[in-house]
Ligand binder design. Structure first.
Ligand SMILES: [Zn+2]
Length: 378
């Protein structure tokens, strides 16, 4: 951190966030990105300034200009909130509201909107001494930091860095974009991302066309004390951060072999003239003889029935390492008996007969397999 730094960068990410600028009474909304009043409130928390004593500390903070970058917009949803459970709610005609059944103080229930799973980069640009003061408090906050409401706990360290920048756009472009590890799209190898920004217009010049007037400039913390400011929507292009670039390619469920499963499957079907290798019916499936090594040579085109039989034989081995190869003559009898059993089970009324007879229908013809065949390793 340099003493000349004029910008503070903060990461606001968490399972829940709430940035209300139009919230009154029982219906509390959230904006889709952090409000200035919310972010300055967060800084006052870090400084340990109570609401009633915030005016003096707030004055230099109000001169900071704020920009927001939307790294992950999240989704919005409603939850309910209770208030006044032990304090009680005053009735208009006097006295405290009590529940009819138990006579206890009544609880006020309000509806509150939240942003779920969002992540924002916030830049505050202004006087160097204010920035260095804020940065030191953010690194060692007096009170816990929360994202708009006390129940909204940050999921990552909030303090990111300080820096020296000409503009908020430049500051917001200085940090690379990183997805959560669990949300990485492994097929998307783009090196940059275009992200939405909301940047505060500098007072003193007329706002450009398209600027939006928001009332979230806190004058003092309390009710109805927000002033107006202009916010300009834009976009920045930022590099994708190291975590995604550095991690090795990880196959996903839809392309398990990283080389195009559909293409490989198609090749094997062509190799077998679209016929089942076991019974020469039209093939619809491709069976793995070896799950660890999928190549044209280790796949077999199969019809549904023969494939089901092979799979059942494998399952009959309690998911051990056993793999059935329908083109191995030694395995032919076992597969045939399993097909026969499958067909018998499918005959109309057969299931009912088996159930009524109380038979455990777990017949499996593994025992007919040649003993030399892949039984070790159990
Ligand atoms: Zn077949």
């Amino acid at each position: 951190m340099s003493s000349a730094d004029n910008t503070l960068l903060l990461r606001l990410a968490g399972p829940m966030q709430a940035w209300g600028t139009s919230s009154r009474f029982q219906l509390r909304r959230t904006d889709l990105y952090p409000s200035k009043s919310g972010v300055l409130g967060l800084l006052l928390c870090a400084m340990g300034k109570p609401r009633e004593d915030s005016a003096q500390a707030l004055a230099p903070l109000m001169r900071l200009r704020m920009g927001v970058r939307v790294d992950r917009g999240g989704t919005s949803g409603w939850d309910y909130h209770t208030a006044g459970a032990r304090i009680g709610i005053r009735k208009a005609e006097g006295g405290i509201k009590k529940t009819a059944s138990t006579g206890e103080y009544e609880t006020l229930i309000s509806k509150r909107e939240y942003l779920y799973d969002a992540s924002f980069l916030v830049a505050l640009l202004g006087a160097a001494d204010t920035i260095s003061d804020c940065a030191s408090k953010m690194e060692d906050p007096v009170w816990p930091i929360y994202l708009g409401r006390k129940c909204c706990i940050p999921a990552e360290p909030v303090f990111v860095a300080t820096g020296l920048f000409e503009t908020l756009t430049e500051a917001l472009s200085s940090v690379s974009w990183c997805p959560r590890i669990s949300a990485i799209d492994w097929r998307d190898r783009r090196a940059t991302r275009i992200l939405d920004t909301f940047i505060e217009h500098s007072p003193g010049s007329p706002p450009p066309a398209g600027a939006r007037l928001v009332f979230d400039e806190p004058r003092a913390f309390g009710y109805n004390s927000q002033g107006p400011r202009w916010v300009i929507a834009g976009q920045v292009t930022v590099p994708v951060g190291d975590p995604i670039q550095a991690l090795p390619y990880r196959p996903d469920r839809h392309d398990p072999y990283g080389c195009g499963w559909d293409a490989l499957r198609r090749l094997r079907l062509e190799h077998d003239n679209d016929l089942c290798v076991f019974c020469k019916s039209p093939a619809v499936d491709v069976h793995h003889v070896d799950y660890g090594d999928a190549r044209v040579e280790t796949l077999r085109s199969m019809c549904k029935l023969c494939h089901d039989a092979c799979t059942m034989l494998e399952y009959g081995d309690d998911m051990h390492q056993l793999r059935v190869d329908p083109s191995d003559p030694n395995q032919r009898m076992a597969i045939l008996r399993q097909i026969e059993h499958l067909l018998a089970g499918r005959r109309l009324g057969r299931r009912r007969e088996l159930l009524e007879a109380g038979r455990s229908d777990g017949a499996n013809f593994l025992d007919e397999m040649p003993t030399s065949w892949a039984r070790e390793g159990r």
